[in-house]
Design a binder for this molecule. Sequence first.
Ligand code: GMT
Length: 377
Amino acid sequence: MTSATLKIGVVCYPTFGGSGVVATELCKGMAQRGHEIHLLSYAPPARLSAFDKRIHLHEVEVSSYPLFKYPPYDLALASRLAEVAEEAALDLVHVHYAIPHTVAALLVKEILGRDLPVVTTLHGTDITVVGQDPSYKRVMRWALRNSDAVTCVSAYLEERTRELFGLDNAMHVIPNFVDTERFRPGADPAIRGCFAKGGERVLMHVSNFRPVKRAPLVVDAFARVLESVPATLVMVGDGPERAACERRAQDLRVKDRVRFVGAQADVQNLLPAADLFLLPSEFESFGLAALEAMACGVVPVVTDAGGLPEVIRDGEDGVLIPESRMDDMGSVAASLLADDPRRERMAAAAREAAVGRFGRDGVVAQYEAVYRGVLAP
Ligand code: GMT
């Protein structure tokens, strides 16, 4: 069964959040290995840009009814997944982000009454934030115990999962990955020129602006940088804290130096235009956006928290700032910008790390091994 083509059902969120990005990139990687993918989501995933004959998209529609204050997405997903599993004769289902995807997939297994292995990939907030909510915790524990395999995107997340859910099942740590052909150094002069008209430095932040990202701290750090280095800050993405960032930029009188470009599907074209990437998150189970920056040869300056130290080696291919010194993010960034040879050395090491440790093919192969494992008699 090692070389047989697999029919894989994949469930994910379609948004720009990391779990949707990883799921979509993994679909592309699996399709390239010849597998047939059936991707279910409530909208086309943001990163699914080009047509691929091996990737079949199935949108999940949730109908509303006057009685439903909360339309049951999980049931609509389970119904659609059951149809697809039957019609396409799926071999297994891989869900990204446990809530509510794992429960829907386990329900389908019951509905079909046949062995349909369920692989759950935990991404972070499904364990550390949402999963801790008493409204979901017991169901989450059951879902994780009943998955045929559970994978975590970092050793940190595996440890947190064990600790928070008291699990003793085997879990696989499989890091996130980046397509280093698409994400590569070399800024488009037109894009760089549009951010740095007068040759100033470019700092960038990419996120969904959720509170855990602490995006307003990026603006604080940038204001500090401006005290000694002419620069532009590019804020990519959108979400609940974007307005707070805009206000902060106004209050600190740096608004004319900050560009809010909103959510972008082709971040691989923007990232190479940056000199530094700032991510002051409270924690990250992995920090995919930082890895994508590294692949583009952009030095990440991030919080020393969660799984980030598994991605970035402090002082070698990026900078990890301890929580107690977050106020120093601006001065750390300014000193890197003032020392080009050091920054360039780190940028080259960052690219090398992305290619060597987090390249797509090696990681996709690890997921395939998990699939083969759950299918083994
Ligand atoms: O918080 C986000 O950025 C979204 C979230 C998701 O699941 O969509 O991201 C989590 O998963 C990413 C992909 O595995 C990781 O790179 C992020 O670190 C993780 N976010 C957090 O842990 C806060």
